[in-house]
Write a new protein. Structure first.
Length: 275
């Protein structure tokens, strides 16, 4: 590698490290904060931010002086999203499902030992003031994640827990390996997964796996919302059949051949929903 190409690579990496400092929790940052997070000097950061500003990757608030991600970042994110075959296949289906059920509909793919959200649509009974697209979530604390874990097998699940990835988000999170294996056996039997206040209080979901051409689970689809709206003790079977049918349709769209779709064995309504 020549000195020139090496310097160019370093400049690109530094610029990208600045963009990666922005998050939902820290959507607006000062130059000093960017310096602290990247370890770069103020002159370097100021120069690079000025270039990113000119290109539209960041914009500066005229009143506060803080920087946030700009329209070029949004454009590239949109291009990346629209290039996903899964997103293109699922977008209209998910939107229609949110409208017909009134619940939130989420689509996420399995990537780097976690879920990566491609889209979500809000139903009238499950509104949100933000988008999930581009966010990540843990496998063990979500219905979609458990739908993925059920296909990956016991060895993967054991390694996931051994690596310390099963953090507890609420008292209901399945941080115990044996409890997770039991839950995943139920997922395989029913063809769907549930999550009840395992990631956030007051929320629940029913999720089903999406298979690629080779038959492996590559993503998942879920119906989600407040506990009162899902009403799992009385409506779990209804939601499960709805989300399984939609996920199977997406699987076929991705090239998965279903010769005979098994009827999931769903539990009768009980006083307390299964987790």
């Amino acid at each position: 590698m020549t000195t020139e190409s090496g310097a160019g690579t370093q400049a690109v990496e530094r610029a990208m490290s600045l963009l990666l400092c922005f998050s939902d929790e820290d959507s607006e940052l000062r130059i000093s904060e960017l310096c602290a997070r990247t370890g770069l000097g103020q002159s370097t950061v100021s120069r690079m931010v000025a270039s990113l500003d000119r290109l539209g990757f960041v914009v500066q608030d005229a009143r506060t002086g803080l920087y946030r991600l700009g329209p070029t970042s949004v454009t590239l994110g949109s291009v990346a999203l629209n290039s996903s075959p899964l997103f293109r296949a699922a977008r209209q289906l998910a939107q229609n499902l949110a409208q017909s059920t009134g619940l939130g509909v989420n689509l996420a793919e399995f990537r780097d030992d976690q879920l990566f959200y491609l889209c979500n649509f809000e139903g009238a009974r499950s509104p949100k003031n933000f988008t999930m697209a581009g966010r990540t979530a843990p496998l063990h604390a979500t219905g979609m994640g458990k739908a993925v874990l059920a296909d990956l097998g016991p060895d993967y699940v054991d390694a996931y827990y051994a690596a310390g990835r099963a953090d507890g988000y609420t008292p209901h999170t399945l941080t115990d390996l044996a409890a997770m294996h039991t839950a995943l056996a139920e997922v395989r039997s029913r063809g769907c997964a549930t999550e009840v206040e395992e990631l956030a209080f007051g929320r629940a979901c029913v999720a089903a796996p999406i298979r690629g051409r080779a038959g492996n689970v590559v993503a998942a689809l879920s119906l989600s919302g407040p506990l009162s709206e899902l009403d799992l003790p009385h409506r779990q079977q209804e939601w499960a059949l709805t989300v399984i049918e939609a996920a199977d349709e997406l699987s076929v769209g991705l090239g998965f051949s279903v010769t005979r779709a098994p009827q999931p064995r769903l539990p009768a309504a009980t006083a307390e929903p299964a987790r």
